[in-house]
Write a protein that binds this ligand. Structure first.
Ligand code: FES
Length: 187
């Protein structure tokens, strides 16, 4: 994957939309039960049984993701956001006095060593469960540049930490692993 220092998003908005289409198509889900391995486009996921669902993982190819971009995927039937943070977004997150936060966490605690520029969070507002805006092209990101929940006005920062509004905690970081520099397995 290109590092945040040698890749600069230079595409037009139209190109961005096309790339996003590609990224969403590239996002696949894997149901890993009993050796059954299925790669399915998100738009046509089959409905697995509850047992399969509980044991499922989501594998994402993030090789096309560039700084400043995010993708929406699905993990156990819930939205998950993967964002490639820019250097500015990382600096903004790290400049915050963690002690002043409602749910005190550093960006480093919410990412993985060696992959601090990739932020993976559940796209489920911790207030009452709406899906926040900010992952898709052109969506409002709120006052702190991360995610914004339009249901009751919760604002999350670039580390997806709650900064304003009724949500009690940060957007949840699910368990996930990097199986390569450009592949994430969630769950
Ligand atoms: S559900 Fe998000 S602010 Fe209420």
């Amino acid at each position: 994957m290109a590092s945040s220092t040698d890749t600069t998003p230079t595409d037009t908005a139209a190109d961005g939309v096309r790339r996003r289409d590609f990224i969403e198509i590239a996002a696949v889900a894997t149901a890993g039960v009993g050796g059954i391995f299925a790669l399915l486009p998100l738009v046509s996921q089959m409905a697995p049984s509850k047992d399969v669902l509980a044991a499922s993982t989501t594998e994402l190819d993030i090789s096309a993701l560039e700084p400043g971009q995010a993708i929406k995927a699905e993990f156990r039937k819930q939205p998950v956001f993967v964002r490639y943070l820019t250097d500015a977004e990382i600096a903004e997150a790290n400049a915050v006095d963690v002690g002043s936060l409602r749910d005190a966490q550093t960006l480093a605690e919410r990412t993985q060593p060696g992959h601090e520029h990739i932020l993976v969070v559940m796209g489920v507002c911790t207030h009452l469960g709406c899906v926040p805006l900010g992952a898709a092209e052109g969506e409002v990101k709120g006052e702190y540049g991360g995610y914004f929940c339009p249901c009751h006005g919760s604002h999350y920062d670039t580390a997806a930490r709650i900064r304003k509004g009724p949500a009690p905690t940060n957007l949840e970081v699910p368990e996930y692993t990097f199986t390569s520099d450009t592949t994430i397995v969630i769950g």
